[in-house]
Each structure stands twice: as C-alpha cells, then as structure tokens.
Design a protein. Structure first.
Length: 117
C-alpha cells in the first residue's frame, strides 16, 4: 500500500510540475528534504523562488486538497523553506503556492497562499 501511495504521490507531483511549467514557472528541485520536513516542488517565477505544496484528495468530504494545508502544515513548510533559503543562499523574494488536485484530474493552483510570517 505504501508503495502505491508513493507512486500516486510522485505522479501527482509530476503532473503539478508539468502544469506549472506550462504556466511559466521554471523547476529548481523537487522533493527537497530536511530535518523540518519536505517541500514538494521548488520553482522560480520571474525572479521569485516559489515553494509549492502539492495536495491530492480523492474527494472533498473533509475540505479537499487545499483545506488540508492547515496552520500546522504551513509552519512545517515555513521551517523547511527557511532551511532551504539558508542552504541555497537565496536572498531574493519567495512565496508559497498550493496546488490541489482531485481524483477526476481537476487542479486548483493558488499562488502566494501564505507568507514567511
């Protein structure tokens, strides 16, 4: 089951990255991991570093993919992003986007969903 879930997650992130490339973003890295957590996609858009959380939900009974990025998840992403920024030496602007997908293939991309606090 875990292997299938990982496969679905990888396919979802691949679809998300392809979609964002079509929207003009440039890939930097994917699945960046550190002690604070993982960032699904890191991309650039017109000189801005973009941290993307990709969420997939089979149905929206519990709020859907976008609603699943709660305050606790945002805090983990913020900590991971801060570590990435330190390691990469990035001094420019950055933002956090969320891209939600459903089982039917629908996508909703919300740029600049939340900030560095």
């Amino acid at each position: 089951m875990a292997r299938r879930t990982q496969s679905i997650g990888r396919e979802t992130e691949d679809r998300a990255q392809h979609y964002l490339i079509q929207q003009g973003l440039t890939p930097v890295t994917c699945n960046w991991r550190c002690k604070a957590g993982e960032i699904d996609l890191i991309m650039q858009n017109a000189g801005t570093l973009v941290f993307v959380e990709v969420r997939m939900r089979r149905d929206s009974r519990f709020g859907g993919a976008l609603a699943s990025v709660d305050r606790r998840k945002q805090q983990r992403l913020l900590r991971a992003a801060q570590l990435y920024l330190q390691q990469a030496g990035w001094k420019g602007p950055c933002r956090f986007d969320v891209l939600g997908m459903d089982a039917a293939g629908g996508m909703e991309w919300i740029p600049d969903t939340f900030g560095l606090g």
